[in-house]
Design a protein around this ligand. Structure first.
Ligand SMILES: [Fe+2]
Ligand SMILES: [Fe+2]
Length: 259
């Protein structure tokens, strides 16, 4: 994807607003902007201004931002596939990253992790790696949720052994002095020494190939068998299985719940 610096800055609230962001927040804003461009969501990005023209905080999930899109009602026994179709779609970025992992013969677990790695941004964008890991933890192999958690930090650190370079785009958009937050550096240090390191690293690798505006449309059907094998679908349906994260799923199913 070609990122027009001027358009990105305008969407993020202007040059002054971007300048006021921490480095970590700038990278987040850029990733959100690119993901939304790919899905043609065209939300107006904002800061936390109050009064007329106020925008929701930048970390607000897509399901909680003003849009003309009507939420389709969910069935009584919700599957992951149904959530993809009715709450996460079109989800081009995650579909493209999973398709890339598939095409290049990566393990099924990696393809699956790529498919899930950013979908929590529909619920919440702030610290999306951590929220995403938690959302899926009860239903997936621990390596999948671990990878989702740490991909957020690893994006900022190169690893020549797998051919992951520091994204040139970050340098181009933000300048060469970019530095992630301390907790992101600490998470990277921790992940680097962990036996599951590659689970997260491969997500960042596939992430890089997943902002193609001209790629043919990919549907969730392509991943149906993988979901069947990798996702422990609760028999009561997502949101109603009494798991520690059931409430997070219920919020995704019905963002209009008043309390
Ligand atoms: Fe991400
Ligand atoms: Fe991503």
């Amino acid at each position: 994807m070609q990122v027009d610096r001027r358009k990105f800055f305008a969407a993020a609230g202007g040059t002054a607003a971007v300048a006021a962001l921490s480095h970590e927040d700038r990278a987040e804003a850029l990733e959100h902007y690119m993901t939304e461009q790919l899905d043609q969501l065209n939300f107006v990005q904002g800061g936390q201004a109050s009064g007329a023209g106020a925008q929701p905080p930048r970390g607000t999930g897509n399901l909680f931002r003003p849009t003309a899109k009507v939420l389709e009602p969910m069935s009584d026994n919700v599957t992951l596939r149904e959530v993809f179709l009715k709450r996460f779609s079109p989800a081009r970025h995650v579909m493209q990253s999973a398709a890339h992992a598939m095409k290049t013969g990566q393990p099924e677990r990696t393809i699956f992790a790529c498919l899930l790695h950013d979908v929590t941004q529909n619920l919440i964008k702030a610290d999306h790696g951590y929220w995403g890991a938690q959302l899926f933890e009860p239903y997936v192999d621990e390596r999948v949720s671990w990878g989702i958690r740490y991909h957020q930090a690893l994006r900022f650190f190169p690893d020549a052994s797998v051919g992951y370079e520091y994204p040139e785009l970050y340098t181009r958009i933000f300048g060469a002095d970019y530095e992630p937050d301390e907790y992101i550096k600490a998470a990277h240090e921790h992940a680097r020494k962990h036996r599951h390191y590659m689970e997260a690293r491969l997500i960042t690798l596939n992430d890089q190939y997943a902002f193609d505006e001209n790629a043919p449309e990919i549907t969730i059907d392509q991943f149906e068998d993988i979901i069947g094998r990798q996702f422990k679908q609760p028999k009561e349906g997502l949101g109603y299985d009494g798991s520690p994260v059931a409430h997070m799923w219920r919020t995704i199913l019905n963002p209009n719940r008043p309390l």
